[in-house]
Design a protein around this ligand. Structure first.
Ligand SMILES: C[S@@+](CC[C@H](N)C(=O)[O-])C[C@H]1O[C@@H](n2cnc3c(N)ncnc32)[C@H](O)[C@@H]1O
Length: 206
């Protein structure tokens, strides 16, 4: 779908190689500190590859909100959740632009996840500020990114995959965009073979 607000180079990958690259999304989310009872916003959720495991982790106590501006992606994600037996109402699906979160969230989340999308955001400080304002004080913001490696070196099922090389970021480049907003670094986690996760804290008092 071509939406004017859509970030460049953020089309949802084909599910065949995406599943091969991320065989255990639940394990990835646990490594990023998401746990039972957390209220999570999956921002730019795509077809729900991480959203459905999120719902399994946080359980009935937690709440999952999932945002994408592509209606077709949200429909795919809803279908995935249904097939996985996620109880209706566990995930709140919201069709909107990730840069305009003001007034669209039913509550402030404890945790915001942005997977495989930050590289394409044109105004990263503005995006980080939007996330900062949406989060609860004391909440966390996690970005899953491709490592800054040449695209030809990141093959999956025999083909080079992921965003073009010049869009890829090091964890330090992400910090340069996000820390000035007021976040604090919580930690960086290796997510082999080609990704890292970087987690930031929103201070309790800012
Ligand atoms: C590469 S996919 C990643 C999906 C998912 N996070 C994952 O890792 O499996 C990026 C998603 O971001 C969505 N997207 C792009 N620009 C957006 C925007 N401005 N607001 C909300 N969603 C957006 C796209 O529609 C796409 O579904």
């Amino acid at each position: 779908m071509n939406h004017p607000a859509k970030f460049p180079a953020t089309a949802m990958p084909d599910s065949e190689w995406w599943k091969a690259l991320w065989p255990d999304p639940e394990g990835i989310l646990r490594r990023l500190g998401i746990d039972f009872g957390t209220s999570v916003l999956d921002l730019c959720c795509g077809d729900g590859h991480f959203t459905v495991p999120l719902a399994h982790i946080v359980g009935g106590m937690g709440r999952v909100m999932a945002i994408d501006l592509d209606k077709e992606m949200l429909e795919k994600a809803k279908y995935r959740a249904q097939r996985a037996g996620v109880t209706n109402g566990t995930i709140r699906w919201i069709e909107c632009d990730a840069c305009s979160l003001h007034n669209v969230l039913p509550h402030a989340p404890d945790y915001v996840l942005v997977a495989n999308t930050f590289h394409g955001v044109p105004d990263k400080p503005q995006f980080a500020r939007e996330v900062f304002n949406a989060l609860k004080p004391g909440g966390q913001f996690a970005i899953i990114n491709w490592h800054h490696r040449p695209k030809e070196d990141t093959t999956v099922l025999g083909e080079p995959r992921g965003p073009q090389t010049n869009l890829r970021m090091t964890p330090e480049q992400v910090m340069d965009e996000v820390l000035p907003i007021g976040f604090r670094l919580h930690g960086v986690v290796e997510l082999p073979p080609y990704h890292y996760g970087i987690v930031f804290d929103k201070p309790k008092v800012s």
